[in-house]
Write a new protein. Structure first.
Length: 300
């Protein structure tokens, strides 16, 4: 599990600049008074911001602190604009589990806000913090968001509940599709450059055959042991796995080598990310693409 990373200056600068521009464009804030009476809700990343938007609909003004695919939640440094957004929030939604610790401190500034933490809501019993890949957790979060928004605005409680139900239907469809993809290819194994899609693979009952020493080193940004790297490359060249699942958001020389070796061996590479990639409009469209990619890889 990854709890700290060295800063990525370019990603942080671009994230801060993008956020400053976005906030400036909406008049410098998200108070109920200047957003047409909408509820101000703030998420640590655009993944959870998308869930807030799906459930809240046109009754919420969503601010996602991190919405740049180049930014890293583990090393993100908050800005004054972030603090302003948090102070005005009526509801905050964090990932938790050590993933976005910056947001815990930020949310503390929202003294009057309701505070939700996805990792705690999911209660998966697993230390892996990438819980947006757990469809069961996402559904639980949607329910909690609906209930909390209903407390903040009782007149629209039924609307929030209906929105959550519609969203959950789509999420459950994704879960079913993932389960079916795995069931059609029992015993499938993959190598993962990082355990980001852990819950997705678990849902499909696909085995992550990556040596622990490899995963741990990549997550901690330390040198991968030569023996672990050799084992990974051996499984790939020997086609002992069906695919390589690659975190396209955090590329290192070692992970790039693994991806290159997979392509040379004719193995499919399934790219996954930690925030919405460029072109993705919401959680459902993004996750549909990822599930389809995994299903396609298992078929090949």
């Amino acid at each position: 599990m990854r709890h700290s990373r060295s800063p990525r200056l370019i990603g942080l600068v671009s994230a801060a600049a993008a956020l400053a521009f976005a906030l400036a464009g909406c008049g410098g804030g998200n108070t109920a008074g200047d957003t047409g009476g909408k509820l101000d809700v703030v998420a640590s990343t655009d993944v959870w911001g998308s869930v807030l938007a799906a459930v809240g609909g046109d009754q919420v003004q969503v601010t996602s602190i991190i919405h740049d695919p180049a930014a890293d939640p583990h090393s993100y440094e908050t800005t004054p604009q972030d603090a302003l957004a948090a102070e005005r929030a009526q509801l905050t939604l964090a990932n938790g589990g050590g993933y976005d610790d910056f947001f815990t401190k930020l949310a503390d500034q929202a003294s009057n806000a309701k505070k939700l933490v996805a990792y705690d809501i999911g209660a998966t019993g697993d230390e892996n913090e990438h819980v947006w890949y757990s469809f069961a957790t996402v559904n639980k979060v949607a329910d909690q968001v609906a209930a909390t928004l209903g407390q903040l605005r009782p007149a629209d409680a039924q609307t929030f509940t209906a929105n959550a139900a519609a969203f959950k239907t789509k999420v459950t469809d994704l879960q079913t599709k993932t389960e079916q993809a795995g069931a059609a290819h029992p015993g499938s194994k993959v190598i993962a450059t990082e355990p980001v899609a852990h819950y997705l693979l678990e849902t499909a009952k696909v085995t992550d055959a990556t040596p622990h020493e490899f995963s741990e080193a990549v997550e901690e940004e330390s040198d991968v042991p030569a023996a672990a790297l050799a084992e990974v490359n051996g499984m790939i060249s020997g086609r002992q796995v069906q695919a390589v699942v690659n975190n396209a958001q955090t590329v290192t020389p070692v992970t790039q080598q693994v991806v290159d070796n997979a392509k040379k061996a004719g193995l499919p590479v399934v790219d996954v990310t930690e925030t919405l990639p460029a072109g993705a409009t919401d959680y459902i469209s993004w996750m549909t693409s990822e599930v389809n990619a995994l299903a396609g890889a298992l078929k090949s």
